[in-house]
Ligand binder design. Structure first.
Ligand code: BJW
Ligand code: ZN
Length: 237
């Protein structure tokens, strides 16, 4: 069996990583997404954006995979598993998943915003959020930025192609912890539905996908994912 998992911030919530859109604890409850997570925001105030990403870089390095990430990795004992994740953390890899496609990039890689050269220099530790930090400069004079996809930017070609393949060839798509509002990524489950592939959504809250998912489990990732494959026969009764 080929299982593809499409994950969002909710799968890392129980590891202590805040989601984006939770009204109280979400990252966007405190900062304007278009100020901090767009190429316009970067051009206008790179020092503010850099400071925010340094803090998130610290936070993601300080947390561990939870039972949800670990369950997905363990499915590789029973199935061919691909993980398509919108998350810029590395918790799926740290849990042991081998085929992880990061459609919104990675917060553990950096490059120059002018010449594109990968940056392997030091990244300051930022345990507390601060207002502003000057990003390092490349030898070409450009600024070093995180390798993440901001609003208005294209998704990385390789990850996107591999994600399309993984969704189109899946026998089952498990969509976990995403609000399903950010495109083109949110189009992947729609593609599976159009192909007639069973889609299981795991999310304590309803989303725009819920109506078309084959099964919607109103459960949290760390409790729903560990027993999910064993539950399949009863879910599709
Ligand atoms: C739990 C849980 C638990 C809680 N267990 N669940 C109108 C229509 C269509 C598209 C557009 C449009 N207007 C503009 C656009 C385009 C735009 C877009 O989609 N905007 C919409 C928001 C309207 N998209 C783009 O700009 C994309 N690029 C693009 O379109 O390029 C075109 C182009 C082509 C060619 C050349 C040039 C351009 C890029 C999108 C990039 C998104 N980037 C971010 C930031 C990444 C870096 C970072 O991490 O800082 O990606 S935004 C943010 O949202 C992040 C996430 O990956 C993404 C999705 O969020 P996610 O993961 O779903 O999190 P939440 O918080 O929304 O939801 C969490 C869920 O978990 C909730 O449902 C909870 O209930 C649940 N949950 N606890 C399970 N324990
Ligand atoms: Zn450069």
């Amino acid at each position: 069996m080929r299982v593809t998992v499409f994950s969002g911030a909710g799968i890392s919530a129980e590891s202590g990583v805040p989601t984006f859109r939770d009204a109280e604890t979400g990252l966007w409850a405190k900062v304007d997404p278009y100020e901090i997570s767009s190429s316009e925001g970067w051009r206008a105030h790179p020092d503010k954006v850099w400071a925010w990403y340094l803090w998130r870089h610290h936070m993601m390095g300080a947390v561990a995979p939870n039972e949800g990430h670990r369950a997905v990795a363990a499915w590789e004992d029973h199935a061919e598993v691909h993980v398509v994740t919108q998350n810029v953390d590395n918790l799926h890899e740290r849990a042991g998943s081998r085929n992880v496609h990061h459609v919104h990039g990675s917060l553990f890689e950096f490059h120059c915003d002018r010449c594109g050269t990968e940056y392997a220099g030091p990244i300051p530790d930022m345990p507390e959020p601060v207002e502003s930090v000057q990003p390092p400069r490349c030898v070409c004079g450009g600024l070093i930025r995180p390798n993440v996809v901001w609003f208005g930017e294209p998704l990385p070609d390789d990850a996107w192609e591999q994600s399309l393949e993984a969704v189109v060839h899946a026998d089952l798509l498990v969509v976990v912890g995403t609000s399903s509002v950010v495109y083109p990524a949110a189009g992947l489950p729609e593609l599976a539905v159009a192909h007639g592939t069973p889609v299981i959504e795991v999310n304590p809250e309803p989303t725009p996908l819920s109506a078309s998912a084959t099964v919607s489990l109103r459960e949290k990732a760390a409790s729903a994912l560990p027993g999910l494959l064993q539950r399949l026969p009863s879910l599709f009764d």
